[in-house]
Design a protein around this ligand. Structure first.
Ligand code: EPU
Length: 442
């Protein structure tokens, strides 16, 4: 597969047209890179299907190659990965990749399993909060790794990781994946509590089970991993991207159009679908996907608190806020996963939205940010007409939301830094064109 070469750094579009038509989903941006990392746990060939042509996949492909593995694409949407000749991570390789993605931290478990050592990255990824890696490091230490720090560089070492009882302070997606990837070849049993149970994590567990792992997902966010001495290759189709599906749903309802999202799965989106319907969106689930549109009685305000799965995902928050700017009444959104995920609303207010941010927790969920002075609750008064603007995109999800805002707005908008959207949305320009968006230049 070619890396996501269609990247553009700007997009000029005129709003006012409803989006009509269909788009198809491929593998989830938050699943594919982790499945690629799982392939580092074996010397056998691993085949990954339903692979999206997105930048995050290209980055992890390059990382695996830099580690001595091979990544080939025998046909579009398929990747063959082989880590038979994997070598330890050099600090220069780590430095090159850790500024571009959060995935390098997840190589620690596989590298410890294969070489007994792994350098610890300081990470890139979207700037939506401090995003530390303390849970990751502590979990690997619980599994028996030792942390060394010299001249500002940290690395972990372990002759053999050993099963342990680990409790996460928060059900972090990445830290849960870290524990699973670290414990799968450890000696003995690992009991992880307060784990995240996102569908993308279940996808990783499915792959590892195919590889020979024994992993049980129990009640109350507990995951038990029985370490096995070796793993084999896999053939697996990644789950479709439910974040992209929700993004197009919001675009359909916000522009008063209708979009059929081929590949969208109801089971992964139940919380979103409920809230979408309560807000005046409607949908029809078929065997091939889900069609989304705005119901005839219009959009109305709602109250949302983001949460870990099965709650309302933090990554659904931004496109949903655009929808709420078009809904009648006062909506409230309480962000409880990231402390700084409302930076993007300032540009929306410039376009005519009426969104106010608050430090207080505007909701009933127990949240880590209320006492710490973060602007993490939003009050949105709607409906407000939006007008075109010049906007610089700060992060992936905010980027797609600005596209939706520009599609709703009267007049022309110029979005810059649109490359960031290509990290998680395959062929964005082509999809927008096929849905009838008035793209003036890309
Ligand atoms: N956290 C810590 N310490 C840690 C790890 C996490 O304090 O060691 C905190 C974070 O700062 C954050 C919270 O825990 O406040 C949740 O972070 P989590 O670890 O769950 O996030 P992540 O694994 O880094 C993944 C997705 C994100 C998605 C979150 C939550 C990938 C590559 N990224 O991030 O996706 O928002 O889970 O579902 O899977 C996106 O797609 O736009 C995106 C940011």
């Amino acid at each position: 597969m070619s890396p996501a070469t269609a990247a553009t750094s700007s997009m000029v579009l005129r709003g006012g047209r409803p989006l009509e038509g269909s788009v198809s989903l491929r593998g989830a941006k938050n699943s594919l890179p982790k499945l690629m990392v799982a392939a580092l746990l074996t010397g056998e060939r691993c085949r990954l299907r339903n692979v999206a042509d997105i930048v995050d996949v290209a980055i992890v492909s390059d990382l695996i190659r830099a580690l001595g593995g091979t990544v080939e694409s025998p046909e579009p949407g398929v990747l063959d990965i082989c880590a038979a000749d994997l070598k330890p991570m050099e600090r220069s390789v780590l430095r090159e990749f850790s500024g571009r993605s959060r995935i390098p931290i997840l190589t620690c478990g596989p590298l410890l399993a294969r070489f007994g050592q792994a350098p610890v990255p300081s990470l890139g990824g979207c700037r939506i909060g401090s995003r530390p890696v303390d849970f990751h490091i502590r979990a690997l230490q619980d599994l028996g790794a030792t942390l060394h720090e010299e001249a500002g560089n940290a690395h972990l070492s372990a002759t053999q990781l050993t099963g342990a009882k680990i409790r996460l302070d928060f059900p972090s997606v990445g830290a849960t994946e870290q524990v699973i990837l670290g414990a799968v070849c450890a000696e003995g049993v690992t009991e992880l509590s307060n784990a995240a149970i996102e569908p993308e994590i279940m996808d990783l567990i499915m792959v590892l089970q195919k590889m020979g792992a024994i992993i049980a997902v129990n009640v109350d966010r507990a995951i038990t991993i029985h370490g096995v001495p070796a793993l084999r290759g896999f053939d697996h189709a990644a789950i479709p991207d439910r974040l992209e599906a929700a993004s197009w749903a919001c675009a359909a309802a916000a522009t008063n159009g209708r979009i059929f999202v081929e590949g969208a799965r109801q089971v992964d989106m139940m919380t979103f679908l409920n809230r979408f319907r309560q807000t005046g969106g409607d949908f029809e689930v078929t065997g091939q996907g889900i069609a989304f549109w705005r119901a005839s009685d219009g959009l109305r305000s709602t109250v949302i608190e983001t949460d870990v799965h099965p709650g309302f995902m933090t990554d659904w928050q931004q496109p949903f806020v655009i929808l709420l700017t078009q809904a009648a009444g006062v909506s409230i959104v309480h962000e409880t996963v990231y402390e700084q995920r409302f930076g993007y609303v300032e540009a929306l207010n410039r376009m005519g939205a009426k969104i106010q941010l608050y430090r207080e927790c505007l909701g009933g969920l127990k949240c880590r940010f209320g006492q710490r002075n973060w602007l993490h609750s939003a009050v949105i008064a709607g409906p407000t007409p939006l007008t075109g603007a010049e906007i610089h995109i700060p992060d992936l999800r905010a980027g797609f939301s600005y596209v939706v805002a520009a599609l709703v707005a009267k007049g022309v908008s110029t979005l810059t830094n649109t490359d960031l959207i290509q990290r998680g949305y395959e062929n964005l320009t082509g999809k927008l064109q096929s849905l009838g968006a008035d793209l003036l230049s890309t």
